[in-house]
Design a protein around this ligand. Structure first.
Ligand SMILES: [Zn+2]
Length: 274
């Protein structure tokens, strides 16, 4: 049985960056445009958000937060209609209607919007939170962790409600989690999160460009060797593929505009992409 009723991907920003950030070993020089997605899961036992997009307020101080040395393609773009509050409003909802915000990982394009969801349960993994708080994960804005004392900190895989399971897929970040969602009809969906940005990560079994390497020592040496970090990320990709092979689940890569647009065309739910 599944408690899930509906699943909506919500396009909450777009970003540009070098494709090598998504695909390890890809030569530099190809710029891609990527969707930033949050996913709303409506269940008979409450509403769950997988990720919450970027912090809109930072765009007003983009020069301060998005240093060109780290963000050569500039800050994310968030239109008024892409703001997560506006996406929810289109569905007749406000942030107060969300019961659980499940943060797959704590990078700025996934957890930055958490400030709007102060009233709901926030789920994050212990390993992810510790890594983020260490300051060693360059994808994290520390101010976005301000409310972490009130978050539910989890260790390992668990079921959120019937039909929604948290799946450990570390590598891109220390405690990265994907989500397996059993829909009332059709194949289950595996939200890969940034374990697989692109269809190519899955098809060709290529690790993400950005990998968690641990907290560097005083000399700046990362304790997790690059090869080991890559193995961890590849194991997560293979795990997702094996899960999908088991029950015919669809694998949804997270930052793949081509996939997102094709998905819109064959969407079984009328309000899916509202
Ligand atoms: Zn991301």
């Amino acid at each position: 049985m599944t408690a899930v009723r509906k699943l909506w991907p919500l396009l909450v920003a777009t970003m540009q960056y070098d494709k090598s950030l998504s695909l390890r070993h890809q030569p530099h020089g190809e710029t891609v445009e990527a969707p930033v997605l949050a996913y709303l899961i409506e269940t008979g036992n409450g509403r769950i958000l997988y990720d919450v997009g970027c912090d809109y307020a930072k765009l007003a101080e983009a020069a301060r937060y998005y240093d060109p040395a780290h963000f050569p393609f500039g800050p994310p773009v968030i239109t008024e209609e892409q703001r997560i509050e506006a996406r929810l409003a289109r569905l007749g909802l406000t942030p107060a209607d969300i019961d659980v915000a499940f943060l797959g990982h704590l990078h700025f394009d996934h957890a930055g919007g958490i400030g709007a969801f102060g009233g709901c349960e926030v789920h994050v993994q212990r390993a992810e939170l510790d890594a983020a708080l260490s300051g060693a994960d360059g994808g994290v804005f520390l101010d976005e962790l301000a409310g972490h004392a009130g978050w539910q900190v989890k260790s390992g895989e668990y079921s959120l409600v019937d039909g929604v399971d948290a799946i450990a897929t570390p590598g891109h970040s220390a405690g990265h989690m994907s989500l397996r969602i059993v829909l009332p009809t059709g194949a289950p969906v595996l939200l890969c999160g940034d374990a697989a940005d692109l269809t190519e990560n899955l098809d060709r079994e290529i690790a993400p460009g950005l990998l968690w390497r641990g907290v560097p020592d005083a000399d700046g040496v990362a304790p997790i060797a690059e090869a080991e970090a890559e193995r961890t990320a590849l194991a997560s990709i293979r795990k997702l593929k094996a899960l999908a092979a088991d029950d015919g689940a669809e694998l949804w890569p997270n930052h793949d505009f081509g996939f997102y647009r094709r998905m819109q065309c064959r969407c079984p739910f009328p309000a899916h992409h509202a």
